[in-house]
Write a protein of this length. Structure first.
Length: 237
């Protein structure tokens, strides 16, 4: 199966500090691929590099055959890569509806804005109920739903989730992962970046373990969950 996203040999530096070293991964259309690792391992740096927020020193990033390494974020978004950022980053003073409408800014999404909005409200009924409410007054879980909905408004082909469970209550975490799985079942390709190793690998098809900016392990999700190194380092077993 050919890769929808293929990252090869990416190096990223912040000044003299190397954040990513020779990172390579691939994601086929229709997959959930988990990128797991401890805080500070470089997971968010990888997502930011794919999305054009950071510029790699070396390496290639191919999406549907096009090398997008170093492209600005707006071009990456137009191509069909969505990004649900760590910390949700909603516009607090705008309403739920206004936040969602901001997500439909890409040209490729504008023609389908009304239909996509109906889909988002069907997926997240609480957002429909609170459409006129300021986003900053929502609960953490509701803000995460809004961040996901805003990303969907852009008509992405691939969604990258950066720590979607961070700071959420356990019951809400389960709901977020259920939503990720449902989106995938509906055809969405997903890169899931998470510290919650167990939860992310349980819904992913494959996974990578990132440590100190390097890929140390990769394989099927069940294989990684049963790997002694993963169990000892991340699961406390």
């Amino acid at each position: 199966m050919s890769a929808l996203l293929e990252v090869a040999g990416i190096d990223l530096f912040y000044g003299d500090a190397q954040a990513l070293a020779g990172v390579s991964l691939d994601i086929a259309a229709g997959e959930i691929v988990a990128m797991v690792g401890a805080n500070g391992a470089g997971k968010s740096s990888l997502i930011r590099t794919i999305h054009g927020i950071e510029r790699p020193a070396r390496g290639t990033i191919r999406f549907d055959g096009a090398d997008i390494a170093g492209w600005p974020s707006h071009r990456v978004c137009e191509l069909g890569i969505g990004h649900v950022a760590e910390g949700r980053q909603v516009f607090p003073n705008l309403s739920v509806l206004e936040n969602l409408e901001m997500g439909a800014a890409p040209r490729r999404a504008r023609a389908l804005e009304r239909q996509t909005l109906e889909r988002v409200f069907a997926l997240f009924p609480r957002l429909a109920e609170r459409r006129r409410q300021a986003a900053g007054t929502l609960s953490g879980g509701e803000q995460q739903m809004l961040a996901i909905g805003r990303c969907l408004m852009g008509q992405p082909r691939l969604i990258m989730f950066d720590e979607p469970s961070l700071g959420l209550a356990p019951a809400i975490v389960q709901e977020v992962f259920r939503i990720v799985r449902r989106l995938n079942e509906e055809g969405m390709t997903v890169l899931l970046v998470e510290q919650n190793v167990t939860a992310s690998l349980r819904i992913a098809h494959r996974g990578y373990v990132l440590e100190n900016g390097r890929i140390e392990l990769s394989g099927g999700s069940a294989e990684l969950l049963n790997d002694d190194r993963v169990r000892q380092a991340y699961l406390g077993l």
